[in-house]
Design a protein around this ligand. Sequence first.
Ligand code: UT7
Length: 335
Amino acid sequence: MYTSKISGLGYYVPENVVTNDDLSKIMDTNDEWIQERTGIKQRRHIKKGDGNSTSVMGVKAAKIAIERADISKDDIELIIFATLSPDMYFPGGGVRVQDMMDMKTIPALDVRNQCSGFVYAISVADQFIKTGMYKNVLVIGSENHSGGLDMTTRGRGVSVIFGDGAGAAVLTRSKEEGRGILSTHLHSEGAHAKELSLEGPSTEHWVPEIIAEDPQENIPYYPYMNGQFVFKNAVVRFSEVINEGLQANNLTAADINMLIPHQANLRISQFVQRQFKLSDDQVYNNIQKYGNTTAASIPIALTEAWEEGKIKEGDLVVLAAFGSGFTWGSAIIKW
Ligand code: UT7
């Protein structure tokens, strides 16, 4: 019986720091509102001409993860790329990474599960490894939000929250039972698809049609979020799916050494922390620095926590995510 372990982690964020005060110069918002509601102090945005894109950032994170896994890029047998902000409508970012890293003609799979993208991608990688099909799988979560946000007062309820960045993990086959990824748990509820969505451009909303119809008001090519509805669902689903993962492994919250929640909103993470009676040392948050980087948020946070020595051999690490779809999931890992 094979298991998969995370053998390498890496992340990359663009150099360009955008503070809440910077945003207040281009829209009607302020530092106090943003920090009070979300915990965010600043985020990174790609700067025009800095050479970054969703795939480019993914490559930068992947190179670090591969080096730390102590393997070569040629040892990777599958790329799984999670994003909601691909460079192109199609093809997805996976094949771009394969090309930019000059990898062999290995398969590249794109995952479109937004904030849950990394947990979904880890779960897929884990299944391929457990069945014996692949030995080393590269999983990337990367987002270029700043390229597609409405940076005016009209879009402030969404645009102040999101940031750019990428994180990556190498999953490697192992024979150590009871170690590595113990289980993953995935869910979706498409009835709420439109509550956090970007409808166009798509086959339902082609840009030429939108412009012809109503150039000023009808703008489904900016993200829409029913913030309070998303918040209410998030706190319930985070708790459910963490409990589901713990129960599946006969564990309790007391066994958790580190919870890495998707960095949706510091208030959501704090709510979950209280529910599970975890200390500040048991929950990792970095939304204050990077905002919500969707599919990239968990691998960036996981990498930082590991780099800071907060995750040690034998620790129980729980990943949990919730977002657009709605989709949500958890991964229970014995490090
Ligand atoms: O990662 C995917 C999952 N996403 C989430 O989990 C996000 C979940 N939702 C949230 O985090 C919160 O709902 C938000 C942070 C997005 C919004 O906080 P809220 O407390 O739900 O605020 P609200 O949308 O109810 O807006 C309250 C007020 C409104 O003004 P009025 O109508 O009371 O006069 C908004 O127009 O705040 C106003 N507002 C802002 N004011 C200053 C909305 N955005 C801003 C802003 N700056 N950026």
